[in-house]
Design a protein around this ligand. Structure first.
Ligand SMILES: Nc1ncnc2c1ncn2[C@@H]1O[C@H](COP(=O)(O)OP(=O)(O)OP(=O)(O)O)[C@@H](O)[C@H]1O
Ligand SMILES: [Mg+2]
Length: 366
């Protein structure tokens, strides 16, 4: 959201133009739901699609979790936005016609990226594209993943060119790029800093303004919610989605009461789990046994499916004699679960129903 994360953008801007920066690999790390992908997307917009090449890992996409696809995807994008790189890669493919038949991608970094960047003329090097890779931790664990992380550690070979990567603070990532990167960590939980809390405050303030709700009876609500989020944007987002999907002041009151009653912890996961628990409790609290069974089956399918389901898929899954759940019942259940979904369009039967965040699966598994 506009107006948030300015301090991070200022640091990135400074690093981008700093010729003497310690490292030309910038690593932004943070807890699940802290807002790393949102930052990566904003950086793409700020730098401009014509000036950067991106690869956003996605655990639920076969293509976007495969490390073998990173450098070739980025090279393709670089060839479009930079003439010198386009000419180099064109020639490379011409002289290596078997490239596409070959599944061995371990040489991609040197052949498609290092040599391509080094083909940029001296005069235009200062406007060279920037590479942005989001969610290194969503990359499939494999030998190729190790090669890929090592290639990031080798980015130093490209001293004049910049790359920004984001990830959770996972040990293998820390071990490979921790020492050779310029590291920016987004503090959350006990360590949360005033700037992150302020960013979430801005987001909450704006969200309540959009809901046009009078917070006269809750003068400290935004401050309290910002504290409970402990730096996690996903917490704030979920709280707003839940509050907005019912009688706003009543739901706000229960969130504040439940979070307050349990004592103020700054444990990210605990606070998020409490909110998930409260949302589920409110959905199941007043329903009949039949509704409860139906809701459980629909939610269970969404949580444990290997890839996102759609309304049409749910209809097929439950179209058997034993579990017969009508389309209408599926729609009602989905409506109830809407705060737990990234988005919901009941008129689009084919739209994938993404969960609001992967931590919802962890919540159920635990
Ligand atoms: N600055 C922001 N303004 C508004 N919403 C935000 C902001 N940052 C994050 N969000 C929202 O918070 C949620 C979590 O953010 P995001 O997906 O970026 O987290 P993440 O750190 O990438 O998590 P993960 O480690 O699971 O990938 C998303 O729904 C996102 O839209
Ligand atoms: Mg992310």
């Amino acid at each position: 959201m506009n107006g948030t994360r300015q301090h991070i953008f200022d640091i990135v801007d400074k690093w981008c133009y700093d010729k003497k920066s310690k490292s030309n690999l910038l690593w932004i790390s943070g807890s699940p739901g802290a807002g790393k992908s949102a930052i990566a997307s904003s950086l793409v917009s700020r730098i401009g699609h014509g000036n950067c090449a991106r690869f956003f890992f996605k655990r639920d996409s076969a293509y976007y979790r495969n490390p073998s696809n990173v450098w070739k995807t980025i090279a393709y994008r670089l060839a479009i936005i930079n003439k010198d790189i386009g000419v180099y890669l064109d020639k490379y493919l011409e002289t290596n016609p078997s490239y596409l038949d070959n599944n061995q991608r371990s040489k991609d970094f040197d052949n498609l990226i290092v040599k391509a960047f080094n083909s940029i003329s001296q005069e235009t090097q200062s406007q060279a594209p920037i590479v942005i890779i989001d969610a290194l931790d969503e990359c499939e664990i494999s030998e190729e993943q190790k090669d890929f992380l090592t290639s990031l550690a080798n980015w130093g070979k490209l001293s004049n060119f910049k790359i920004i990567v984001t990830s959770r603070r996972q040990q293998d990532i820390q071990d490979t790029i921790g020492d050779c990167s310029y590291h920016l960590h987004i503090p959350t939980g006990q360590a949360v800093d005033a700037t992150s809390t302020q960013d979430i405050h801005i987001f909450l303030n704006n969200s309540f303004q959009q809901l046009k709700v009078d917070l006269g009876n809750f003068p400290h609500a935004i401050n309290q919610l910002a504290q409970y989020s402990a730096g996690l944007f996903i917490w704030a987002k979920l709280a707003i989605s839940y509050i907005a999907a019912g009688t706003v002041t009543k739901r706000l009151e229960t969130v504040l009461m439940n979070m307050g009653q349990l004592g103020q912890f700054k444990d990210n996961n605990l606070n998020l789990d409490r909110l998930y628990a409260q949302i589920l409790y409110s959905i199941f609290e007043d329903c009949t046994q039949e509704e409860k069974t139906q809701y459980e089956m629909v939610l269970g399918s969404l949580i444990f499916a290997k890839a996102p389901l759609s309304i049409n898929m749910l209809e097929v899954i439950f179209d058997d004699k034993e579990s017969k759940i009508t389309l209408e019942a599926i729609s009602i259940a989905l409506g109830k679960f809407s705060p737990l979904l990234l988005s919901l369009d009941l008129d689009d039967g084919d739209a994938p129903l993404y969960l609001c965040h992967l931590s919802l699966q962890d919540f159920f598994q635990e």
